[in-house]
Structure formats: structure tokens, C-alpha cells
Design a protein around this ligand. Structure first.
Ligand SMILES: NC(=O)c1ccc[n+]([C@@H]2O[C@H](COP(=O)([O-])OP(=O)(O)OC[C@H]3O[C@@H](n4cnc5c(N)ncnc54)[C@H](O)[C@@H]3O)[C@@H](O)[C@H]2O)c1
Length: 429
């Protein structure tokens, strides 16, 4: 599963020691002979202290702000940037200019100009850039790519990709949480689905997109949909029992069952019944989903046409039982591929009328915190660390050009939605 590396430990600075920063840092626990965390920057004391303790960092390598690291001589081979969406460009450009190789969480940035500036800085300084499009590393999606490239379904004509976000996940992240407002983070297609548009482009062999349209709205999580008698916080709501989005159900019930991981771990530092109750009484995660300050779409569709005449459609929906188990249909001239969100990939062959089953390679390693996204988090950082160790950009599937290309399409799709028209992307790069 993991590549062989030269005899070198890649050293890293973690910028943003929240959920994702902690996950990537844990590669050092899985492979201490390959990866070493040597410094951290995060304004939250609790977050940086976790990294300091876990990776035994000296006090003078623990910082409140990444700018303080930029004032010093280069401390490490690479930086992992896992700061909030609106704070990607400054650290990415700053660390690239200091000669650090960069693992940058997706989305790259929240404006086209910033995405371009990041790519330009990495290229100018000749450093490796890997963007956190972990889905390219998800084993079933790699299997789909392999099957398409083998020609087993002939030429691909159409792709349908559906992202079910999950009712409570959407309420947690996009109604009450960090990604609920465009001005605080970015629009939902960028925040949640830049992965997905990237997958479509990747599976189609990096074909140029020639037309794109999109529709979407904030359908449900609005003040005018608030049930009669509901209060503005779930803990003192008289109709909470009938509400699937109740914060009591999403957080308190979980912690009562001893489930203190995501999403409970996001709302307070050391989850217990007492601390979660306090967070729900006082913090953003206890708010009524109909009475929050959210403004991002809870359903969106995107249609794309490519230079060869192929078409693709993507849908993101909040109101689903499945949580992020993407469903895929790929229609080729000789057969079709189906992936139902879990399990193997199925191929139906039009000529023989037979179904063949294609399982992705199972994970053979216990990747701990890196097991997220079906092990894709592990594969992504493994590829990046290997690329840095060998100074070989070809190890990275999510480099600057392909990542910029799909980000630009996401901006075009959102423009199409907002302007209610078809966009003809001219400049693909
Ligand atoms: N690839 C994926 O599938 C995936 C999944 C979730 C999140 N993300 C992305 O990862 C990034 C981080 O998300 P998260 O869920 O870890 O958020 P988080 O809020 O848990 O972590 C962000 C951290 O950045 C810190 N921070 C803020 N300002 C800083 C500064 N000046 N210097 C250093 N640190 C600073 C915050 O204190 C916080 O600890 C976001 O861009 C998010 O969209 C990607």
C-alpha cells in the first residue's frame, strides 16, 4: 500500500492544527521513519498543545501564527496548510516563497486570483504543491479511473455523480458550522464539491469543459420554514422531539452513547455531557437550523459538456440518509460502470450482457486517524511525503495545474448559477 521511500525522514510544519491538521500530522505516528512534525502554528492553545504533546515539539517550535514561522529560516521540508478556507493563500504563497513544499487543504483558496497566485508561487519557487483533493486517492475512484483508462466500457459518453451530504452532516457543517456562510468561508459548491467537479474532469482524461450550467438554492434551512412553536435554541425547544436536525439528537445523544468523535469533537475541546450541553446552550451548534445565519445552498446541480461532446451531471443534496457516500454512473459506448457509494464497482458489458465485479485494493495498513475518506487521506499524504522525499512531482495526483483547472470550473459553475445562464469556459487554465 505504501510506497518505498529513500532513506530520508521528511520534516513538516503544521499550519492550522484543527481537525484536518491533526489528521495529516498523524502520518508521523503511522510512519515515524518517513515523516516528522517539527513545528506547529495555531492561534488556539488547545489545538497547538495537542500537536506539541503528541510529537514532542520544543517550545520554540510552537507558534500562535504562521507568520512567525515565515520570519525564521526554513525549519522543515514541507508545510501542511489546514487553516480555514479564507486563510489559504497567505500561508501557501508565504511558505512556497521560503522554499517549503506545500500540502494545501482544499479548496485551494476562495478567489480565482488567489488560486492562481498559489500555483504561480509554487511553480516559481520550484516546490511541490499537493492540493487536498483526497477523492482522487479513494480506492474505488482509482478503480473507476483504471477501468475507464483500460477501455473496458469503450469511450465514455456521460457521467452522473451524486453527492449525498447527509441531513445531520449538512446541518452541522453548512447550517450551524464553519461553512454556513459564503462570506465566512465560500459557496457550498466550492467548500464541499470542488472534489467532485475535479473527479469528473479526471475521469474524463482532463478533457476541456466547453459549457457549464448550474442551479441551486437554499430550500429548507430558512426562517420561513421554522416550525410553529420552535425556539431559537434546541435545548429549550418544545417541538425539538419532532425535529431530525435537533442539536440534542446530533450531539447530546451521541456523547451519551460515548461517541465523542466527529461531529461532537468539533463543538467543544473535551467532549462530555457537561461540556457539550454548555456548547449547545451558548455556542453556534445549539442554534435552531431554521434560525441560524446560514446562506449557502442546500441543493445544487451542475451540468457540463466537454470538448469531445461528452456530458456530465453532478448533484449535491443535503437531505439524504447516506453521508458523503458518492454514487456514480459512467456510461460508455461498450458498457457502463456503477458505484453505489460503497462496495465494489460493477461493469455491465453491452455485448456479452455480463456483469463483472471490480473491487478496489483493500487497505492493508491500520492508518488510525488517516482512515477517513476510505483511506484516501492516508494515500494522499503518503503520495505527497513520497514526492517530497524523492523530489518527484509525478507522485502527486493533485498538483497545481489539474487542481487549478478544476477549481476554475467550480467558479464558472457558481457564476452560471448566480447569473442564471450557460457559461462557455474559454480559459481552461
Ligand atoms: N480534504 C477534505 O476532504 C477536507 C475535509 C474537511 C475540511 N477540509 C478543509 O480543510 C481546512 C481545515 O478544515 P478543518 O475542518 O480542519 O477546520 P478547523 O477549524 O478544525 O481547523 C482550522 C484550524 O486553523 C487554525 N487557524 C486559524 N487561523 C490560523 C493562523 N493564522 N495560523 C495558524 N492556524 C490558524 C484554527 O485555529 C483551527 O484550529 C479547510 O480549508 C477545510 O475546508 C478539507
Amino acid at each position: 500500500m505504501s510506497s518505498d521511500y529513500p532513506n530520508k525522514i521528511v520534516t513538516a510544519v503544521i499550519v492550522g492544527a484543527g481537525n484536518r491538521g491533526q489528521i495529516y500530522a498523524s502520518f508521523a505516528k503511522v510512519h515515524p521513519q518517513k515523516f516528522k512534525v517539527v513545528a506547529v502554528a495555531d492561534p488556539r492553545k488547545f489545538a497547538r498543545a495537542l500537536i506539541q504533546k503528541e510529537y514532542n515539539l520544543q517550545n520554540n517550535h510552537v507558534f500562535e501564527d504562521f507568520q512567525d514561522i515565515l520570519k525564521l529560516d526554513k525549519l522543515a521540508d514541507c508545510v501542511v496548510i489546514a487553516t480555514p478556507d479564507t486563510l489559504h493563500k497567505e500561508p501557501a504563497v508565504g511558505f512556497a516563497n521560503k522554499g517549503y513544499n506545500v500540502l494545501l487543504e482544499k479548496p485551494m483558496a476562495v478567489t480565482e486570483e488567489d488560486c492562481k497566485a498559489i500555483c504561480a508561487a509554487c511553480k516559481k519557487n520550484n516546490v511541490i504543491l499537493a492540493v487536498g483533493h483526497v477523492l482522487r486517492y479513494f480506492p474505488p475512484f482509482q478503480k473507476i479511473k483504471e477501468l475507464i483508462d483500460s477501455g473496458i466500457i469503450g469511450e465514455v459518453v456521460n457521467i452522473q455523480l451524486h453527492e449525498p451530504v447527509g441531513w445531520f452532516h449538512f446541518a452541522h457543517s453548512y447550517v450551524r458550522g464553519n461553512w454556513n456562510r459564503e462570506d465566512n468561508s465560500t459557496f457550498v459548491l466550492m467548500a464541499k464539491c470542488c472534489h467532485d467537479i475535479d473527479l469528473l474532469v479526471w475521469w474524463l482524461g482532463d478533457q476541456r469543459c466547453t459549457k457549464i450550467s448550474s442551479f441551486g438554492s437554499l430550500f429548507h434551512f430558512r426562517k420561513d420554514k421554522k416550525p410553529e412553536g420552535a425556539s431559537s435554541r434546541c435545548l429549550d425547544c418544545s417541538v425539538e422531539g419532532d425535529c431530525a436536525y435537533s442539536a440534542k439528537k446530533v450531539y447530546l445523544e451521541r456523547v451519551k452513547q460515548g461517541m465523542t468523535g466527529w461531529p461532537v469533537s468539533i463543538i467543544c475541546e473535551e467532549p462530555s455531557i457537561k461540556s457539550v450541553t454548555k456548547a449547545l446552550k451558548e455556542g453556534p451548534y445549539g442554534r435552531c437550523v431554521y434560525d441560524s445565519d446560514n446562506d449557502v445552498c442546500d441543493n445544487q446541480v451542475v451540468n457540463l459538456e466537454f470538448a469531445g461532446g461528452q456530458t456530465a451531471s453532478f448533484s449535491m443534496v443535503a437531505f439524504t440518509e447516506k453521508v458523503c457516500e458518492r454514487q456514480v454512473k459512467i456510461f460508455g459506448t461498450k458498457g457502463e460502470l456503477t458505484y453505489n457509494g460503497s462496495g465494489p464497482v460493477y461493469r455491465f458489458d453491452f455485448n456479452s450482457k455480463e456483469i463483472s465485479v471490480h473491487s478496489a485494493a483493500p487497505s492493508t495498513i491500520n492508518a488510525g486517524q488517516l482512515s477517513g475518506h476510505g483511506g484516501a487521506d492516508y494515500y494522499l499524504i503518503d503520495s505527497f511525503v513520497c514526492a517530497v522525499a524523492e523530489n518527484d512531482t509525478s507522485k502527486v495526483l493533485t498538483g497545481p495545474d489539474v487542481s487549478l483547472r478544476s477549481h476554475l470550473l467550480v467558479f464558472r459553475a457558481e457564476q452560471a448559477r448566480q447569473e442564471n445562464r450557460v457559461i462557455f469556459p474559454q480559459d481552461h487554465h
